[in-house]
Design a protein around this ligand. Sequence first.
Ligand code: PEP
Ligand code: MG
Length: 323
Amino acid sequence: QKELLQEFALKPAVTQDGFQVEIAANIGTPKEAVTALEEGAEGIGLYRTEFLFMNATAIPDEEEQYQAYKEVAVTMGERPVVIRTLDIGGDKDLPYLSLPEEMNPFLGYRAIRLCLDQLPILKTQLRAILRASVHGNLKVMFPMISNLQEWRQAKSIFDEVREELEREGVSFDSSIEVGIMIEVPSAALLADRFAKEVDFFSIGTNDLVQYTVAVDRMNEKVAHLYDYFHPSVIRLIKTVIEEAHKEGKWVGMCGGMAGDPLAAPLLIGLGLDEWSMDAGSVNKIKREISRLNREDCRKLTTHMLELDTNEEIREELKKILQN
Ligand code: PEP
Ligand code: MG
């Protein structure tokens, strides 16, 4: 059984009618990139850099960060690697930053909000990423963007850092892409505006779902309400993909939904370009995609968008899930 399952790991993910998508992996450490490759990942769709910061007693300096990002770049070679800037706060603490206690940490001082407030942290990280970019195919991604100002401010810091490196004569990949995570509903709803300015989107369903349906999935009293098949979530995903494609930009997904075979027909139908998941899911998702037909998925998706509840959508998807 294992042999049969792994059969798809090293093949591309192509539907019966020839639609190919990129299957990437999420990692938290440079070592995990090696496993990702072995499991058949075609890139890294999300490198959660916060683990580098969480496994330290002080903010890692530029050199230490550079070494980590370079290691991932070298491991992956020409394959794309999306490095997400520090996503701390929420449930992820950095004791040495002495972050304030908050009533609602997930609605508070986290991710890009913290980085735009503590610019030296962001600048050091962007310098390290840019320097490492000569060793592979790196891309930069900002987390928790909720309005255009935040994106523009982060992008201008990035441009400033680029210019600084140029002045210093330090080389970097000058065509490096810069994108944002779509994990806050306010950003999803403005996807048309963002799409004109960013190079790519990556949909973070873990946060997008909790913010859209107002549910803490760790709270067992309400966890049953947390579902990426909620019709509102699907509408948001549809909007994001459509608006990005109108501007010729690609869309990835790095939240848990991308690694769920049940969601595959829907995501193929919506036209998701890049799927990023735990390395252990790569083979089974490639297998599921290889059995699907894109035209059928499109029709199915049109039908599913007319359904009223997450249960109905799940039932429809279960009918076509291949065993
Ligand atoms: C997400 O929110 O879906 C995501 C990928 O980010 P994280 O899980 O690291 O918050
Ligand atoms: Mg998130």
